[in-house]
Design a protein. Structure first.
Length: 320
């Protein structure tokens, strides 16, 4: 890939449970080229949100980063002191649009107070300057100024999501992480939110990670795609390459599960079986138990990512 603003190298993030460690993200590596949108896709439990939480350093208490690096602008942020990270990087250089609005919005504070707090935590400016910044930001996400004096519970789901986008972009970050930003919104509001994100990305030129379980969304917004399965990268490459020539059986099945209004009579294909137990994952390929093309070697040996073109990688024994 091109020059990277973020580079994840061998990341292993596990969750400690009574039964052992859940290997939610297990030796994951990929880059985010500067100015690009990298989409991360996969089923629930594939490790998408754990990667996001590892980058933003908001993992739950039972999570542990066992190994790996997360390099932002050449520096491993995992080694940066939390106070410094919170002051100089979180929200200021790397921001986050979470799945759930209440992960960011405090129900007992007005929207204006929450936006001001975000600014004052990172920037030395007057209240008048901060309010000017907030007003411009609300206009950018098509929100009326009246919402500033409202509490989160007084807003619709779409309005809350726009407030979160405004919060994420307040300080002109260089990297924005959108973690399923349209979850639980109706189709019309989803389209509006996606258009806002797309337009702001084109206008402000920030880099972006866009996480979703819906591959169809990524076709219209991402430059690159990373396909995750059970904590592993199984395929990644330029969006057009992955959509045009999917190489991993899992990617192929994901694409076949996307509804196509031009093929109304065709039955959608689901993926048989269930994801593996990540406390005791399969020895070889983690997709082996569900793969329609599985071979004996798939059960014995874990496939490694290989490049089939300068920008297209796959981890599958069929592609050796």
């Amino acid at each position: 890939m091109d020059s990277a603003i973020l580079s994840i190298k061998g990341l292993k993030t596990y969750y400690k449970t009574r039964d052992g460690y859940v290997k939610a993200v297990d030796d994951v590596s990929f880059d985010v080229p500067k100015g690009s949108v990298v989409g991360i896709a996969g089923e629930s439990g594939s490790g998408k949100s754990t990667i996001v939480q590892s980058i933003f350093k908001v993992l739950p208490r039972n999570a542990e980063i066992k190994d790996g690096k997360i390099e932002f602008e050449g520096k491993d942020i995992l080694k940066i002191d939390e106070k410094i990270f919170n002051k100089e990087i979180r929200w200021k250089k790397i921001s986050w649009i979470p799945q759930v609005s209440m992960d960011v919005l405090d129900p007992v504070y007005k929207i204006k107070d929450q936006l001001l707090e975000t600014i004052f935590a990172h920037e030395d400016m007057s209240k008048a300057e901060a309010m000017e910044l907030i007003v411009n930001q609300l206009k950018a996400v098509n929100l009326p100024l009246e919402i500033l004096d409202r509490y989160p519970f007084e807003l619709s789901g779409g309005q809350k999501q726009r407030v979160i986008i405004a919060t994420a972009l307040l300080l002109n970050p260089e990297l924005v992480i959108a973690d399923e930003p349209t979850t639980a919104l109706d189709v019309i509001v989803q389209a509006q939110i996606l258009n806002i994100i797309r337009n702001l990305k084109n206008e402000r030129k920030f880099s972006m990670i866009f996480v979703t379980h819906d591959l169809a969304l990524l076709a219209g917004i991402s430059d690159y795609i990373v396909i995750l399965y059970a904590g592993k990268v199984v395929e990644m490459g330029r969006t057009e390459e992955v959509f045009k020539s999917p190489l991993h059986p899992y990617t192929q099945l994901l694409l076949k599960s996307i509804p196509d209004i031009r093929k109304r009579k065709e039955k959608l294909q689901g993926i048989p079986g269930e994801p593996p137990d990540l406390v005791n994952p399969p020895q070889g390929c983690r997709f082996y138990p569900r793969c329609p093309l599985a071979m004996d070697i798939c059960k014995r040996e874990e496939p490694q990512l290989i490049n089939v073109s300068p920008t297209h990688y796959v981890a599958c024994h069929l592609r050796k």
